[in-house]
Design a protein around this ligand. Sequence first.
Ligand SMILES: NC(=O)c1ccc[n+]([C@@H]2O[C@H](COP(=O)([O-])OP(=O)(O)OC[C@H]3O[C@@H](n4cnc5c(N)ncnc54)[C@H](O)[C@@H]3O)[C@@H](O)[C@H]2O)c1
Length: 404
Amino acid sequence: MIMQKGKVKIAAVGLGNRTCKYLRYVEEHGESAELVAVVDPDPSKADWAREAFSLSSEHCFRSFDELAASGLQLDACIIGTPDLYHHELAVAAMRSGWHVLLEKPMGQTEEQCRDIVEVSAETGRIVTVCYILRYHPYFMKLNELSSDPRMGKILSIKHIERVGKDRTAHTFVRGPWNMKEMNTTVFFTKCCHDVDFVLWLTGGQVESVKSEKGTRIFTSADAPAGAADRCVRCAVEQGCPYSAVDLYLRRKDWIKGFVAQPGESQEDMILRMLDESRYGRCVYCCPENDVIDRQSVVMEMADGVKAEVVMECVTDEKDRYTVIECENAVITGDESSIEVTYKDSSVPQEKYDFQWTRGMEFHAGADHQVVKEFIDSIASGELQTRTPSSEALASHLICFRAEK
Ligand SMILES: NC(=O)c1ccc[n+]([C@@H]2O[C@H](COP(=O)([O-])OP(=O)(O)OC[C@H]3O[C@@H](n4cnc5c(N)ncnc54)[C@H](O)[C@@H]3O)[C@@H](O)[C@H]2O)c1
């Protein structure tokens, strides 16, 4: 085993919501890792990073090319940009000699995903794909139970992702994930790690994939009478479940990505966003939005197991609900608890409480576990990862097949 001396030197590319979660770990574990450089085209993000990590201006770059040309000595790169750039940046980082912690999805086409796997093998750089369900205590318990010999073989799985109407309105209707051209499909973006989760449970070889899509409900034809193009000017906003005024101003939800201007109060920042930004628009007045709100993908495995992943966007709940039908028991989970009901009624039911993980920061620790293992693996020279690109490829390919 090669032992690498010193801290793992990291660059962060794309300083958004996700990367900042991983950087919190780096910040708290200065003994094992050091943030050396950042890349983001948004100057306000660079200002934030300069202050938060005491970086010099010379180590805050506007593009990856500038970072690559800087000659900085790095071990690894965290890539948390919009999906569109994942492939290009991951390949460039590996070719620069750096290991990569890569947000999902890896790429937007089959060729791009295969390319990442090939470049990883060719360069000997690891790519840890942020499939955080595999690092999450609740999903790990479902995996452990479903492989428990007491359950017998898995017969079928139904796994439903209830995206929730707030996330749907913010991210997939008003936000930058509302165009297929930029991000492929909502199912791919949102559920590639759900597909990975069921593949992880079954370990199965998928033989056939069937996909059924729902319709779009956020079109101008669906707008209620009296709706205006922006919620701040809308006469029927108060009764609308998708009101931006209610979401951002009254409930102060989903505002983490809004950046205040110098001297601006939070209230004024939200009012400005409602008045000027994409997030203040009526959900029925986002003409570029072309993504759907429901999809079901059914996979038939070579060993006869049938697994279905359903994405429902417009729901009050925001969780994942799973039913695993086994030979001897049925396992059900809704992220708050897991129940095991044995078919032999003389065997007592088992219940596992996971309420403690709900609303817990950083996906109940999973966000930090993925970056911890990534850093430790580089530091030790083992270069092992729970979620390598080679394994993440299968779920990506199924999503592409579902699209076809
Ligand atoms: N693993 C998960 O559970 C999970 C959850 C949510 C999102 N994601 C994925 O994480 C990624 C980032 O999502 P987010 O919510 O953090 O987005 P975000 O919009 O908050 O952040 C993206 C950042 O990238 C920057 N950026 C844009 N183009 C860039 C470029 N070419 N080079 C460098 N920086 C660039 C933007 O300025 C922004 O600061 C997405 O791919 C998304 O699909 C993963």
